[in-house]
Design a protein around this ligand. Sequence first.
Ligand code: AHM
Ligand code: MG
Length: 337
Amino acid sequence: MQPSLGTTAEQHILLQQRESFPDASGEFSWLLSGITLACKIVGAAVRRAGLVDVLGATGDTNVQGEVVQKLDHYANEALLSCLGNRGNVGVLASEENEEPVVVIKDANHGKYVVIFDPLDGSGNIDVNINVGTIFSILRRDPNSKDPQGDVLQPGYKQIAAGYVLYGSSTMLVYTTGQGVNGFTLDPSIGAFLLSHPNIRMPERGKQYSLNESNAESFPEYFRRFLYWFKSGADGSAYTSRYVGSLVADFHRTLLKGGIFLYPPTAKNPSGKLRLMYEANPIGFVAEQAGGIATDGHQRILDIKPSSLHQRVPLMVGSKYEMELLQRFAEQDKNRAG
Ligand code: AHM
Ligand code: MG
């Protein structure tokens, strides 16, 4: 497909679908337009934060015991409402809701499940640092009576995934398994326009990204890997970059290469990031751009989920750095064995 100047995200997905499935009905493009509409609503609120009453906490905590920011709540409502009435979505699941929300209106419809983190990195919002929305789309058996089962599918079954980054510009990056494309919101016309066709992650980068304050409790192999990076053992000098918003840290890694790491720590022995709406969609995008995503041992997309809010370690990045990390992990396994 040859995209032309002024290709919108909805147009792009429609063309891409028709290329693979000539009889595609356009339903998927309709679903994506629900996501882009919600993200434009969220993006508009993010841009005006400080001028309107959206900063600060609601006073509630979410299912994971985290403080709910007003914008978390606003973003969640925007996604639930824009996707809930599309007709072709059967089940929605969010970081902010304990259980999946069944939105099916008609027994013959509802063939998609959308799982999302409405406002990733929301701890950064009050200080005007980038936040994002992450989404994962799965197929659903329209006759299913089991919303948990609809949601708890491994990442390799995702049919689309991506994120919107509310940064210096607002960008949508997504994959349907046919590469990764990026769209920038043109605020003057209110449309996401194709700006980054066929994104490829560099095979090697110069940056690593992690919260090093946790280093004392990282696994042993991991500390050795980190030491290697910092010492420039192979003659290359790496530098450190960490925003603390996964979408922002991953987006930089996607475009510039290198590695993002959130290993197990004393505070979060299973990792901090969530499998279903953080690691899986980011892992799918990374792989489709030529990168690798693991939990340190296993491919993220192969993990069999056990619960909606399950946490996993997440290591994602360029082929070179990820294969090196893999070698350190294997040495560790061999020593233990
Ligand atoms: P959340 O804001 O959706 O709860 O996401 C968790 C955030 C990620 O965006 C980020 O990568 C990570 O938590 C940062 O964690 P830490 O503050 O421990 O470095
Ligand atoms: Mg998050």
